[in-house]
Design a protein around this ligand. Structure first.
Ligand SMILES: [Zn+2]
Length: 448
């Protein structure tokens, strides 16, 4: 087996930066970190040597993105496992968790197996798959199906967890018969059923927390089909309400949950009261865009939950600086240019290739360091979702690594976007700080 030495590397963890020599072996399935020792102590090394000593160069664990939509099967006009995973790897992300709102949705063991087969064949980075909880018109849920996957030795290692949609999202996995319907009281029933089920007590649960009744009330006042009023039609009150209720349910059942893409400081403040039972994630679009940008981006800025006002975004950054946010996840949600441009609009934007450089560009001594990035994008996702073999640069861990150059300046060229949909709201941004080498299983990924 071939070996690789990362010499004189500034190794980043949530505790800080230390100078090390890192030795890995290479192999499509078995690349591991063999040694992490004092810089300069590895002598007479036989194998590939990468000199990491230059100023501005840092070594990070491969990023773990706990929230992506690669759109396969069924929505492959938007993206597929091959195209989107290539973009992810290029952006320094070596593990992804794919969301279940595909076609068919990942709600049965059969659908899970079908998606798994496709992902195994096509996905260039490591992956796990979420299943969604759904309740049909007769009140019957699919927990039996989720448990079939959970209990299967072959399948469970690929199961990321259960995704609970409170409000409607792409793929209609939200609660049924709610808006204007009768069963209004049971908006939180899918979540409650998951949390109450003791057989899956250690399966991670990720919640899309926006209250659909609250949204319905606001939609009657603000047009949700126009960019300018999209954020008002899904105001932060609806998110805060849902986060609070989800947290209370987590407490009631003494069960861990993870809140996806919080978009305001208020949501983080609610979550803070319920830690460590409840954790939360933030997505790049809620930090890098605000409502004043609808004029420029129009429908292409429509995401769920929507982007917030400039002052709310400023508060969200402060929340991130204060350490209250556990996880960064891209919520990479590609749609074709044509789909985004239709009158109806489609919620979501692609960002998995640019999320690391966007955050590297924000690295500062005062508020936000590489150690914070590693805590939120490597270590915490590994801990929260139970990945014991990655997220840290330590002996025995997977040899998934990213070398970044904080001094490198460059532009997000439109031509370099690898998404199948071919567009990015981050195009033409000028950034300082880029991933320069991505190492997967101890193998340096060739540049594209
Ligand atoms: Zn999502």
């Amino acid at each position: 087996m071939k070996k690789i030495l990362l010499q004189n590397a500034s190794v980043v963890s949530s505790r800080g930066v230390t100078k090390k020599d890192v030795v890995c072996n290479s192999g499509l399935f078995g690349g591991k970190i063999l040694q992490v020792v004092k810089a300069g102590s590895v002598k007479n090394f036989k194998g590939k040597i990468l000199d990491c000593s230059r100023e501005g160069i840092f070594l990070l664990p491969g990023l773990i993105d706990a929230h992506v939509h690669f759109r396969e099967p069924g929505l492959t006009q938007k993206g597929d496992f091959a195209t989107e995973s290539r973009a992810a790897l290029t952006g320094g992300i070596t593990t992804v968790f794919d969301m279940p709102n595909t076609k068919p949705p990942t709600t049965t063991a059969k659908a899970f197996k079908k998606k798994l087969k496709l992902a195994k064949k096509k996905c260039l980075c490591d992956f796990k798959l979420f299943m969604a909880i759904v309740i049909d018109a007769n009140g019957v849920d699919n927990l039996k199906e989720i448990k079939r996957v959970y209990k299967s030795k072959m399948l469970s290692k690929y199961l990321a967890g259960v995704k609970v949609y409170m409000a409607h999202s792409t793929g209609n996995l939200g609660p049924r018969n709610r808006i204007g319907g009768k069963k209004v009281e049971s908006v939180f029933e899918p979540l409650e059923r998951v949390l109450a089920d003791k057989e899956i007590h250690d399966l991670p649960v990720t919640v899309h927390a926006e209250d659909p009744i609250c949204i319905a009330q606001n939609i009657s006042k603000f047009n949700p089909l126009k960019p300018a009023t999209w954020s008002q039609a899904r105001p932060k009150e609806c998110a805060v309400l849902a986060v609070r209720e989800a947290c209370h349910l987590a407490k009631k059942y003494e069960r861990k949950i993870h809140i996806a893409h919080i978009s305001t400081r208020e949501e983080a403040l609610v979550v803070a009261k319920f830690k460590p039972l409840v954790t939360c994630e933030v997505s790049p679009h809620h930090l890098f865009f605000n409502t004043s940008m609808y004029g420029r981006f129009g429908k292409f800025l429509m995401v769920s939950p929507p982007v917030r006002s400039r002052s709310e975004v400023r508060d969200l950054w402060k929340t991130l600086y204060s350490g209250m946010i556990d996880v960064i996840a891209s919520d990479h949600s590609p749609h074709t240019y044509k789909e985004k441009n239709t009158e109806m609009g489609m919620s979501g934007m692609p960002d998995i290739q640019t999320v690391l450089p966007m955050f590297l560009n924000e690295i500062s001594k005062e508020n936000f360091g590489l150690k914070d990035l590693v805590r939120m994008y490597c270590e915490n996702p590994a801990r929260i979702f139970g990945l014991k073999d990655r997220g840290f640069i330590q002996e025995g861990m997977k040899a998934d690594l990213v070398i970044v150059d904080l001094k490198m300046k460059g532009m997000v060229w439109k031509e370099s976007i690898l998404y199948k949909c071919g567009w990015s709201n981050y195009a033409e941004k000028s950034l300082r700080g880029w991933p320069v080498e991505v190492i997967k299983n101890g193998i340096v990924i060739p540049h594209v």
